[in-house]
Ligand binder design. Structure first.
Ligand SMILES: C[S@@+](CC[C@H](N)C(=O)[O-])C[C@H]1O[C@@H](n2cnc3c(N)ncnc32)[C@H](O)[C@@H]1O
Ligand code: SF4
Length: 358
């Protein structure tokens, strides 16, 4: 049964130079109005018993703890559920962390991106490296024992030793979990214009691969499990919510631009805030597009998403057994009992492996 919910909070203090997530500036009235609309949307769906709730953004930590509480009190949250909130270091202090915790948040994911002040400026982040670090310590002090940090690599002009310095700092903090994404040059961002203007250039493939290998090696050295392409955790600390996506489980997506998967339909909500409010006030689900997932597509999703969970892999059926055997022969997969998992080579070329299933 469906047991996960993603809630999109589309507000940020400022737009980072690389980011094309759906987010914009807001004032406190905008946020209050949005929370009311979210609650109406939530109440359009059955009250599923939820094992995970994920507030993503944008910057969910711009909400007050009362607003978070109000949203959560409209949900049927199971005992022991994982309730995550994404945090931008510029928006928190010790009291705010404490209040989030008292109001039902038990996991935070802090957007660090880099521990290098010069790089943070290039990225357009409003916080310094020490403010990023401070946010981590404040979350700990407030009692959070499940903290994830978000970083990026393959950044403009970043060298291997810059990355090593970021990793040294990261491991000195010992978060339970971290995500580290290779920069995507998203159209429409300031970074993309600079790329087109020749001010920045993309990291060369060999350097990017060496960076990724360094991350994997260092993470292992520090006791982290590389359990998904961009995600690492201490034993027992996988992100339960995101793991539902990779296991191809259904979940509800709430809020502007959110995606969901419900009753065999993958859907995406409207992208315009005025359209969102119009639909909600008409008592309609604010869905922009829907796609029915048939059995064949469901199976393909299961394999592609399933392979992302590196230690678990997949157990293919039918024609996909031959495909996996072929990928095994070429060294992209390994076999563990009846399961196929990505090899080291497969991890480095994961997108090419996934393409073979389509
Ligand atoms: C929605 S943000 C969450 C945190 C919060 N908004 C913040 O940035 O502090 C999710 C993460 O996606 C990553 N991200 C955003 N844009 C990216 C891009 N163009 N390429 C790679 N990773 C990106 C960043 O690591 C970011 O922390
Ligand atoms: S990276 Fe995070 S803080 Fe920056 S614009 Fe994107 S969502 Fe907002």
């Amino acid at each position: 049964m469906l047991s996960g919910m993603y809630i999109h909070i589309p507000f940020c203090l400022n737009k980072c130079n690389y980011c094309d997530f759906l987010s914009f500036k807001s004032n406190s009235d905008d946020r209050e109005k949005y929370v009311e609309a979210l609650i109406k949307e939530i109440n359009m769906y059955p009250k599923f018993p939820l094992e995970t709730v994920y507030f993503g953004g944008g910057t969910p930590s711009l909400l007050t703890s009362e607003q978070v509480h109000k949203i959560l009190s409209n949900l049927n949250i199971q005992h022991g559920a994982e309730v995550t909130l994404e945090v931008n270091p510029k928006t928190v202090d010790l009291d705010k962390f404490k209040l989030f915790r008292e109001n039902g948040i038990n996991r935070v994911s802090i957007g660090i991106q880099s521990f290098d002040d010069k790089m943070l400026k290039v990225l357009g982040r409003l916080h310094s490296s020490s403010q990023g670090e401070e946010a981590f310590y404040l979350a700990r002090k407030a009692g959070f024992d499940n903290i994830s940090l978000d970083l990026m690599f393959s950044l403009p002009n970043q060298t291997i030793s810059d990355l090593k310095a970021d990793l040294d700092k990261l491991f000195s903090l010992k978060p339970e979990h971290f995500s580290i994404y290779s920069l995507i040059w998203e159209e429409g961002t300031d970074f993309f214009s600079k790329l087109e203007a020749g001010i920045y250039k993309e990291t060369d493939n060999d350097l990017e691969a060496s960076m990724y290998e360094l991350i994997i090696e260092e993470a292992k050295k520090h006791g982290y499990i590389h359990y998904e392409i961009s995600n690492f955790c201490l034993p027992g600390k996988r992100a339960i919510h995101n793991t539902k996506y990779w296991k191809n489980e259904e979940y509800l997506g709430i809020g502007i631009g959110a995606s969901g998967y419900y009753n065999n339909i993958r859907y995406k909500n409207v992208l315009s805030i005025s359209e969102y409010y119009d639909k909600i006030s008409d008592n309609l689900k604010p869905i922009l597009e829907e796609e029915f997932v048939d059995t064949e597509e469901k199976e393909i999703y299961e394999y592609i998403l399933g392979l992302r969970i590196i230690p678990d892999g997949i157990t293919p059926k039918g024609k996909y057994i031959n495909l996996c055997e072929n990928l095994l022969e070429k060294g992209f997969l390994l076999k563990k009992d009846s399961r196929y998992i990505l090899s080291q080579k497969g991890v480095l070329m994961a997108n090419d492996v996934f393409d073979k299933f389509i």
